[in-house]
Design a protein. Structure first.
Length: 250
């Protein structure tokens, strides 16, 4: 074997473990609740260093329950708040395989299912069931709305009204009713009721639309842009115009 070929072969052997680790990408799965349901049960399998991120949208103050049942004692889940990719606010390997509590931040929640390091090194496998439930906002918990921002009587919203909306390309712009739960500083959740009665919960952070609850209505590509004091939200073929006053108040 030529010296260069021998050197190249040695490099491949030396870096094979690192290459294998790099290929262990996290797989994402979108959580969808059946229509009219507030919970769902997912089944899956893991082996070795495989990791699965289950993604679902939820609002601050809503109560989430997650329960993992598995045939491998090294199989756990962590919970990551919206915007986090590494730091978990719940770690299953130290806190157990059940979580129940109110969410502190609106947006896309992550349930990361994995095998602990020793089980992963042994290339063990796990078969599991993951039950996820989201309940309404917990009374008296979660981020506070701005001082003096009272709720509309008989509702859980700080403001209600109508916004321009369109349900498809070429469709005329109409009006959709909305309710907003404000968390302060331009953050909160705007819930829009579509003409067919289904709802869209759109998440805002510091005045910017950041996503929507994909367990509601039909999923679609999310896009957001600004036109003056309007946030233009597109979800698939749907289009919504949300003034800054909706999320900031005034």
């Amino acid at each position: 074997m030529k010296p260069f070929a021998s050197f190249a072969a040695a490099l491949v052997i030396a870096f094979a473990p690192a290459l294998a680790l790099a290929q262990d990408a996290i797989r994402e799965v979108r959580v969808q609740f059946p229509r009219g349901a507030s919970s769902t049960t997912l089944t899956g399998t893991l082996k070795g260093r495989e990791t699965i991120d289950y993604k679902l949208g939820a609002a601050a103050g809503q109560r989430m329950t997650v329960t993992l049942t598995t045939d491998n004692t090294g199989n756990y889940f962590n919970l990551l708040a919206p915007g986090e990719t590494e730091v978990a606010f719940f770690v299953g390997s130290t806190e157990g395989n059940r979580f129940e509590g109110s969410l502190a931040k609106s947006g896309e929640q992550t349930i990361r299912v994995y095998l602990e390091r020793s089980a992963a090194r042994r290339n063990e496998s796990a078969r599991y069931r993951l039950k996820v439930a989201i309940a309404g906002a917990a009374r008296g918990k979660g981020p506070s709305a701005p001082a003096g921002d009272a709720k509309v009587p008989g509702t859980d919203f700080h403001a209600t009204g109508d916004i321009p909306c369109s349900m498809g390309s070429g469709q005329p712009t109409g009006q959709c009713s909305f309710g907003v739960k404000r968390e302060g500083n331009g953050s909160g959740v705007v819930t829009v009721t579509k003409p067919d009665g289904r709802t869209r919960a759109i998440f805002f952070e510091r005045g910017r639309a950041t996503g929507y609850d994909k367990s509601q209505a039909d999923p679609g590509e999310f896009r957001a842009s600004r036109q003056g004091d309007l946030s233009i939200i597109r979800i698939g073929r749907e289009r919504y115009e949300i003034p800054d006053a909706v999320i900031f108040g005034g």
